[in-house]
Design a protein around this ligand. Structure first.
Ligand code: GLC
Length: 429
């Protein structure tokens, strides 16, 4: 297929997965609105329909909880082909049935991108309408995912990280006691090859964490205190730090001085806090289990998001460039979700090795902003090669380019349109 045909297919995927203002990640496997999927999807829509891009974000914020949280899944209509559905989550925090935790807060960054890309200035009103929701969500993250005020954010469930099956969660997950779960039937393994999905022992614990949170009615302060899983995630932390910089830009542009000064405080705190995640021997930022106090021992693709978060000091950047080149010597396509030299690496099991287009996009953005255009371009070229090879798969093998997980996947299509496609590069030039 030519690149122009791929552009057309990508647009068709977005419009086919459109449910009337919000977009599902893919038919079958993920039949609802997912938080960060929608935000990347907005970037894709923005390449051909600005209004529809804004609608995606607005519909996501329609599901915001009273306490400020923006859920990871909005169950706008019941779909029995997905498990665990609304009755298993048992939440009551917002106007739309939803899951009980959040997902990486990319939204402020994309709102800023949409505003910056709109020469007419008309988007500013829509950004202004979203600003209070964004502020409330960011405050929620700081209150309930950083209860010790350390400047780093934890996730209370592997799914909150968006990188569900990452080896970084293994030890913390194993420590979760399996209890209070009913017999259940998974649906994911009937849509895709079980060899690419998590094991049953993991699923039992995913559900046990949900049961524990349900037991405290998803009260966020109580969840922070007693949830059996509470792991600081460099991915969410870096995405949040970056999002705060973009939120600050928006607040300044909108003349919101009080909000701007509040956000400046968050940024300073997070810049200092990120140091907690630095692993001296590995020379990278890694996850930290707050319950056991242990750092994890592997480099994930989120370690490469430090420059995206604006952490571009010489030591961090130099170390990441060295890891980048080392990993490039091990696999054909960058960036594997986990270090291919780590014992837990699996090239096709999700989040234990495969490449995700939207992670590549964020890493590349950070490297380009830090002045490393060559490595940024390598990531773009690899992402384009994966799509040319295997189409708009959910994720790809870093070794063979094989596409895996769901097909006709919205965020892969969106990232192609907004970044990886040569037609985009031409337009941007
Ligand atoms: C998987 C991914 C998560 C994503 C969801 C929908 O659960 O791990 O990041 O949001 O699928 O695409």
């Amino acid at each position: 297929m030519s690149d122009t045909d791929l552009d057309t297919t990508a647009r068709t995927i977005l419009t086919d997965n459109d449910q009337g203002g919000y977009t599902i990640p893919t038919k079958g496997l993920y039949p609802y609105q997912w938080n960060w999927d929608s935000v990347f999807v907005a970037l894709g829509f923005a390449t051909f329909d600005q209004d529809r891009a804004w609608r995606e974000l607005e519909m996501l914020f329609e599901g915001q909880w009273r306490d400020g949280m923006v859920p990871h899944i909005l169950f706008r209509k019941d779909d029995p082909s997905y498990f665990p559905g609304p009755s298993v989550w048992g939440t009551d925090g917002g106007p739309i049935p939803s899951s009980g935790h959040s997902q990486p807060p990319v939204a402020a960054t994309v709102v800023r991108d949409l505003v910056d890309a709109d020469a007419t200035g008309q988007s500013l009103d829509r950004a202004a309408a979203l600003l209070p929701g964004l502020m409330a969500w960011h405050r929620w993250y700081l209150s309930y995912r950083d209860p010790k005020d350390q400047g780093v954010l934890a996730v209370i469930h592997p799914w909150e990280s968006g990188r569900d099956n990452l080896p970084d969660w293994d030890d913390a997950l194993r420590a979760v006691e399996v209890k209070d779960i009913e017999p259940y039937e998974r649906k994911d393994t009937s849509h895709v090859d079980p060899a690419m999905r998590p094991h049953k022992e993991d699923y039992d614990r995913y559900l046990s964490i949900m049961a524990a949170c349900r037991g405290v009615d998803w009260d966020p302060a109580e969840v922070a205190r007693s949830c059996p899983f509470f792991v600081v995630d460099p991915g969410v932390t870096f995405i949040f730090l970056r999002a705060n910089r973009d939120l600050l830009h928006l607040a300044e542009k909108l003349g919101k001085t009080e909000e701007a000064s509040e956000i400046r405080g968050w940024i300073a705190k997070m810049e200092a806090g990120a140091k907690i995640l630095w692993h001296d021997e590995l020379k990278a930022h890694v996850a930290l289990d707050q319950r056991s106090g242990k750092q994890t021992d592997g480099i994930s693709s989120a370690s490469f998001l430090a420059p995206y978060a604006g952490l571009t000091d010489g030591e961090t950047l130099g170390a990441l460039q060295a890891h980048f080149d080392r990993i490039a010597g091990k696999v054909r396509y960058l960036m594997p979700s986990y270090d291919p030299e780590h014992k837990s690496y699996e090239p096709l099991r999700y989040w234990r090795g495969p490449v995700w287009a939207m992670i590549n996009y964020m890493i590349a953005r950070g490297f380009a902003e830090a002045g490393d255009k060559a490595r940024a371009e390598r990531l773009r070229a690899d992402t384009a090669a994966l799509v040319r090879e295997s189409g708009f798969a959910e994720y790809f093998s870093p070794e063979t380019a094989e596409g895996a997980g769901g097909g006709s996947f919205s965020w892969t299509a969106a990232i192609w349109l907004t970044w990886a496609s040569p037609s985009h590069v031409e337009q941007a030039a």
